[in-house]
Design a protein. Structure first.
Length: 197
């Protein structure tokens, strides 16, 4: 039972959250969202909780034509970092196969009140909000990162990141070609503590 001052239950949204499932990036195919179709997803992601209204994140949209350059930069980074051939092939595959992706960039901002870790949490929440917005809109989507996304040289060359910025996540969005099976989920009784006093 709700009163006029309370929010009505949104059963459809809750059902979605209880059954949401990422789609592996390697199974995503064309078409990807157009710029017009992507904007509502970015708008939804930008409604993420943001202590102090710092907006400690921004978006870099990787369109299809930019994917080969990033794949090549990944290979160069792998050689520079001494990664194995298998690691390089796996890391660059998200760009070799990618249709469209959004890099959520964490932007650390000076604040006397908001700790750096809270800014990191907000950027991570943006990743999940964008992922869920894409899935709720009927797209396939997957949140990736990988060793290249943590390499400052790659991030500067690939995404023009500044010293106070880092990649929180790379959200691939396109058409799902298959529906993955449900995967095991954690047992909540092992993870939940009830405090009664």
């Amino acid at each position: 039972m709700t009163t006029d001052s309370q929010t009505q239950a949104n059963d459809a949204a809750l059902d979605f959250l209880l059954s949401r499932r990422s789609r592996p990036a390697k199974t995503l195919i064309a078409p990807a969202p157009t710029r017009a179709e992507l904007m509502p997803l970015l708008t939804a992601a930008a409604r993420t909780p943001d202590h102090g209204m710092l907006t400690p994140w921004r978006f870099v949209v990787i369109e299809k034509a930019a994917m080969p350059r990033l794949a090549a930069l990944t290979e160069q980074a792998g050689a520079r970092l001494g990664k194995s051939e298998a690691d390089i092939v796996k890391a660059r595959s998200q760009f070799d196969l990618g249709q469209l992706a959004v890099v959520v960039v964490e932007v650390q901002k000076e604040s006397a009140k908001i700790p750096a870790i809270e800014q990191s949490y907000s950027a991570g929440a943006v990743c999940l909000a964008l992922l869920n917005a894409a899935l709720a809109s009927g797209w396939g989507a997957n949140w990736l990162s990988g060793w290249a996304s943590h390499d400052p040289v790659f991030c500067q060359q690939g995404f023009a990141l500044q010293e106070n910025e880092r990649v929180a996540g790379i959200i691939h969005i396109a058409t799902q070609s298959t529906t993955p099976p449900e995967r095991p989920r954690p047992e909540l009784s092992d993870l939940t503590t009830w405090m009664q006093k």
